[in-house]
Design a protein around this ligand. Structure first.
Ligand code: BTN
Length: 322
């Protein structure tokens, strides 16, 4: 009901919407409308109330609630269902649970704050309130298991495009799952999977973006390697806008990935946004450390590295440094 009220107010920017119109649309009493207006005001919306005129929206707070994300979202699959929590352990956990209970493809789980945000390789992901986008998408691609991990590379393309658009500064992809500005990380991807035999049941695509995190708020151990969109752009960016742009960039790429049966046809786009290839890198893999020059990625997203002795190695999964 609150989101319908918001929608009505937003459809008349700068104008009053009468209490009567709201009562008629919602089929509730004036007192009920007033109560919802009060709740919206408590949540930070500035709404002017004038007798005999009605209500006028003056400004909205920086929230990532379903109502804020839905307003102006142009996707048709991603984010059609939105589950919002003010605080949560990890959005990936709730997304897994919902997916196991049959949640629809494209369902978005998002929280203002994560108490136990997870990064790759068991690391913590710093997820303070009011300043980031901490979200997980439930996907059900009809693809063989071998192609599942490539969704991370597809998502990285979408994120690089979205964050470049939002800041006006070129974002770069560090293989496999980091988005960097000037060598500092502002965004990471954590893909988790549920599969049986050779078939993917669902993927949970976790995305963390430091949007308006003040630089001094990052914990000491990541101060020098982390950044936020606000620091890059110089001004805060509404977080719901960030979510919308990311979903809008991701949807067509995801569609292509599913239709073409993998990442292959998106490889050139990945290369256009990458900052990995051509660098001397150190890759920490589960099997040990590999050092050499990052030459290329293949159509499966595997990284090809040339070692100092000329031998070429394929890297399937690693943390890399350069
Ligand atoms: C990484 O770079 O290590 C991946 C970070 C992924 C963080 C996101 S935030 C939303 C989702 N929920 C989590 O607990 N982690 C992912």
């Amino acid at each position: 009901m609150q989101s319908t009220i918001l929608q009505m107010l937003r459809e008349h920017p700068g104008d009053f919407v009468s209490g009567e119109a709201m009562c008629n649309t919602l089929g509730v009493s004036r007192t009920a409308v007033w109560k919802h207006i009060k709740d919206l005001q408590d949540a930070g919306y500035q709404i002017e109330a004038v007798r005999n005129k009605g209500y006028r929206l003056q400004s909205s707070p920086d929230l990532v609630t379903a109502a804020e994300i839905r307003d102006g979202l142009s996707t048709t699959v991603l984010g059609q269902t939105i589950v919002y929590r003010e605080t949560i352990d990890s959005t990936n956990n709730l997304a897994q649970e919902l997916a196991n209970n049959g949640a629809m493809e494209g369902t978005l789980v998002i929280a203002d704050e994560q108490q136990q945000g997870r990064g790759r390789r068991g690391r913590n992901w710093f997820s303070p309130p009011h300043s980031g986008v901490w979200m997980s998408l439930i996907l059900r691609p009809q693809l063989p298991l071998a192609h599942a991990a490539q969704i991370t590379l597809v998502t990285a393309i979408a994120l690089a495009k979205a964050l470049t658009r939002l800041t006006g500064v070129q974002a770069g992809i560090k293989w496999p799952n980091d988005i960097l500005f000037n060598k500092k990380k502002c965004c990471g991807i954590l893909t988790e999977m549920h599969a049986e035999f050779d078939q993917i049941h669902h993927l949970v695509l976790g995305i963390g973006i430091n949007v308006n995190v003040p630089q001094e708020d990052f914990p000491e151990d990541i101060q020098h390697i982390a950044t936020s969109l606000q620091a890059v752009k110089g001004t805060p960016i509404p977080r719901a806008k960030v979510v919308q742009v990311v979903l809008e960039e991701l949807e067509p790429l995801y569609r292509q990935y599913v239709a073409d049966g993998g990442f292959g046809t998106l490889r050139d786009q990945w290369k256009a946004h990458n900052i990995t290839l051509g660098n001397e890198i150190i890759a920490h893999t589960a099997q040990g450390t590999i050092q050499g020059r990052a030459l290329d990625i293949d159509e499966f997203g595997v990284l090809l590295v040339e070692q100092p002795d000329g031998e070429q190695k394929k890297i399937y999964s690693a943390d890399i440094m350069f």
